[in-house]
Design a protein around this ligand. Structure first.
Ligand SMILES: Nc1ncnc2c1ncn2[C@@H]1O[C@H](COP(=O)(O)OP(=O)(O)OP(=O)(O)O)[C@@H](O)[C@H]1O
Length: 261
């Protein structure tokens, strides 16, 4: 089961961002024919731009310290996103947009929540006593424990370890998830762990994923529809992506590449 079936994308003057990007100039319709869609392509080809525009259109919350709506750097993308027309099979009511770099914003957000909760306890201790104090403090400690159970202590783990914990903590059944370059934080082993998490949620728990990635591992997610961004956006098999062929040729014969550098 997957939800977003098609998007009709706006067109406009190529002097204006994001229509100035070749891939997004006149895209027309993009169909999502499987629960996993992967965007691949060269740096600057427009993958993140389209992912953010979709997140804006779908009204998905961003994991991180800034919401997409209040991010002033996204004004051009917002206008574009708002003009997208969506076609759903069933409307998903949960989901998020997550970029690898937003992880630190998310940790900061948790730290701020923790400080606020500590402040609340100090405040309760000044104002309350007896059963009232016990109940109020108990409720705050319950919230702190729930966060700790869900994410662990993210200040004591590496970027990659924490990133995977946050994803595991936030992904739920029957959601739509837009994720930008998750591999940025992850070793090949952890990319495989993420691969297995996404595969399970897509195959067995009704989730839909749209992922922008440079990771040949994530491109091989089973039955993923891969769109390669370039002069235009084309559907490709993972064996035909530039990432896969370049990495494969390089690993087969590094010396041949290094001679030309
Ligand atoms: N607000 C903006 N105004 C004008 N140009 C922008 C704006 N935001 C991004 N761009 C340009 O749009 C192009 C596409 O950026 P985008 O982040 O979508 O690329 P990408 O395919 O995700 O690249 P990467 O793989 O490096 O993340 C870049 O050249 C970037 O400089």
């Amino acid at each position: 089961m997957y939800y977003l079936r098609q998007v009709h994308l706006p067109s406009g003057s190529d002097r204006q961002f994001p229509f100035s990007l070749k891939a997004l100039k006149e895209l027309g319709t993009m169909s999502f024919e499987s629960p996993i869609t992967v965007f691949v392509g060269e740096n600057g080809s427009g993958k993140s731009t389209l992912l953010k525009a979709l997140a804006i259109k779908l009204n998905l919350p961003a994991i991180g310290s800034t919401d997409l709506e209040s991010d002033e750097t996204l004004d051009g993308v917002k206008t574009y996103g708002e003009q997208i027309i969506t076609q759903w099979k069933d409307r998903a009511f949960r989901g998020f947009f997550f970029q690898a770099e937003d992880y630190f914003g998310f940790v900061k957000r948790l730290q701020n929540m923790d400080s606020e909760m500590k402040g609340d306890i100090v405040d309760f201790e000044k104002r309350l006593s007896g059963t009232g104090l016990k109940l109020a403090v108990g409720s705050i400690l319950g919230q702190k424990e729930a966060l700790l159970r869900k994410y662990g202590n993210l200040t004591e783990v590496s970027h990659g370890e924490g990133f995977l914990k946050v994803l595991k903590g936030r992904l739920q059944n029957e959601g739509i998830y837009l994720i930008d370059e998750p591999e940025a934080a992850l070793s090949p082993q952890r990319q495989l762990a993420l691969f297995s998490l996404i595969k399970n949620l897509a195959e067995n728990h009704g989730c839909q994923f749209i992922i922008a990635t440079h990771s040949p591992i994530l491109m091989t997610l089973p039955n993923a529809t891969i769109f390669q961004f370039g002069e235009k956006i084309q559907r490709v098999n993972y064996e035909d992506t530039e990432h896969f062929t370049t990495l494969k040729n390089f690993l087969n014969n590094p010396d041949a590449f290094l001679r030309h550098l």
